[in-house]
Design a protein around this ligand. Structure first.
Ligand SMILES: Cc1cc2nc3c(=O)[nH]c(=O)nc-3n(C[C@H](O)[C@H](O)[C@H](O)COP(=O)(O)OP(=O)(O)OC[C@H]3O[C@@H](n4cnc5c(N)ncnc54)[C@H](O)[C@@H]3O)c2cc1C
Length: 362
């Protein structure tokens, strides 16, 4: 006798692997076209690199690679709307600040570096712009750029995603992308499996650990600390020098960064490193010696061999990747979400994603 079971297997249009700012922003963008989206997160969403970041939105620095410039500029332009939308949908302020940055470049590069042309000279004397700075007679430049609070941003993105009915699975790690006749059909996790006709790998520094492909992503550690300023408006601008950078938040916190270390997946902080950053902050802004240290932490930037992100469809139809944003993932979240949604929905993408193709590592 044949028995018929009514097996109602749940499936989604898209599975997003990883609930960092890249995965969450893309999930929200895909929902706008009504796709059924599931985010599968190993731990808690928004608690890795996207939690550790400083939140500078640097679209025009000496370090931005030329291939990345168009995306960086476009993403910086999208930020006010991106942040506004997340704030409205989540009710969480992401502290988008628009005071610009004061840069103390290394002496040998003062006039040569792209991004430091004469029109970036200070709009007013330094001691008027930032009276608390003690920079001697070091040359300084001004860049028009914004900053955001990445923790608030990730939290707002998570709330907005849930509000848009993105499904979230937390605490279960994806081990493999499942295929059938060469096409992606879902993901295998430690505890279960999920079905979808499209899968996108947004697993940050861990993107290379998901079978079948070993994408060459690696973690690059950054240590940071956070001070509670003795006065709320002690600093207005982001300050960047070769020794340290300072990112003021509107509630009086000042984030101090950072290191760039090849240390594998080790996320511990070192007392000497945190003390060195703290001393460098006090040397630039002496009043910070009265600031309380609120916390220190380390995070893992998702890096690639050529320091460019990996964006696009893999060799397996239906399996996409959006990762490797290294030092710019907070900045690049809006443009990544928009461009990847266009690619995944088969629409024309307004940007040339050729330089970021996963095929360059095939
Ligand atoms: C110290 C520091 C300072 C930074 N400062 C800035 C800055 O000022 N401006 C800027 O633009 N960028 C900055 N960045 C870079 C930025 O934080 C990253 O580029 C960005 O957060 C990457 O986002 P993501 O979503 O790809 O990665 P993550 O935020 O790391 O998210 C990846 C997620 O995938 C999950 N995951 C991993 N493997 C699996 C799996 N197998 N299954 C399920 N889930 C998985 C992880 O748990 C994680 O939640 C900084 C980074 C650091 C560390």
């Amino acid at each position: 006798m044949t028995k018929f079971y009514n097996v109602n297997v749940k499936s989604w249009d898209v599975i997003v692997i990883g609930g960092g700012i890249i995965g969450l922003s893309l999930a929200i963008e895909l929902r706008k076209s009504n796709a059924k989206v599931l985010v599968v997160e190993r731990g808690e969403p928004g608690c890795e690199a996207s939690f550790a970041a400083g939140g500078m939105l640097v679209d025009c620095s000496a370090e931005t690679l030329p291939a990345l410039q168009p995306l960086a500029i476009a993403s910086a332009r999208m930020y006010p709307e991106f942040a506004h939308e997340l704030q409205v949908e989540s009710g969480i302020s992401v502290d988008l600040r628009d005071h610009g940055a004061i840069i103390f470049p290394p002496p040998e590069h003062v006039y040569e570096r792209p991004g430091f042309s004469p029109n970036t000279l200070l709009p007013a004397p330094l001691n008027e712009l930032e009276p608390a700075l003690d920079a001697g007679d070091r040359p300084a430049f001004y860049l028009k750029e914004r900053s955001v609070d990445p923790r608030a941003l990730s939290s707002a993105a998570l709330h907005a995603a849930k509000r848009r009915e993105v499904d979230i699975s937390s605490g279960d790690e994806v081990t493999a992308v499942k295929t059938d006749k060469g096409h992606a059909v879902g993901t295998v996790t430690r505890k279960t499996s999920f079905l979808a006709s499209k899968v996108v790998n947004c697993a940050g520094a861990w993107s290379g650990q998901i079978a079948p492909y070993a994408f060459p992503t690696r973690p690059v550690k950054g240590q940071m600390l956070c001070l509670l300023s003795p006065r709320r408006n002690l600093l207005q601008h982001v300050i960047r020098s070769p020794e340290v950078y300072l990112i003021p938040r509107s509630d009086g916190r000042i984030v101090v960064g950072t290191t760039v270390e090849e240390a594998g997946f080790d996320k511990r902080t070192q007392v000497e490193t945190i003390q060195r950053l703290h001393r460098a902050a006090i040397a630039l802004v002496p009043e910070l010696k009265n600031a309380k240290i609120l916390e220190d932490w380390a995070g893992l930037r998702p890096a690639t061999p050529d320091a460019l992100p990996i964006l696009g469809e893999t060799d397996t139809p239906g399996y996409y990747i959006a990762t490797g944003h290294f030092r710019d993932g907070i900045l690049l979240a809006p443009i990544t979400a928009q461009a990847m949604a266009q690619v995944m929905e088969g629409r024309n993408c307004a940007y040339d994603l050729g330089p970021f193709s996963p095929a360059r590592f095939s």
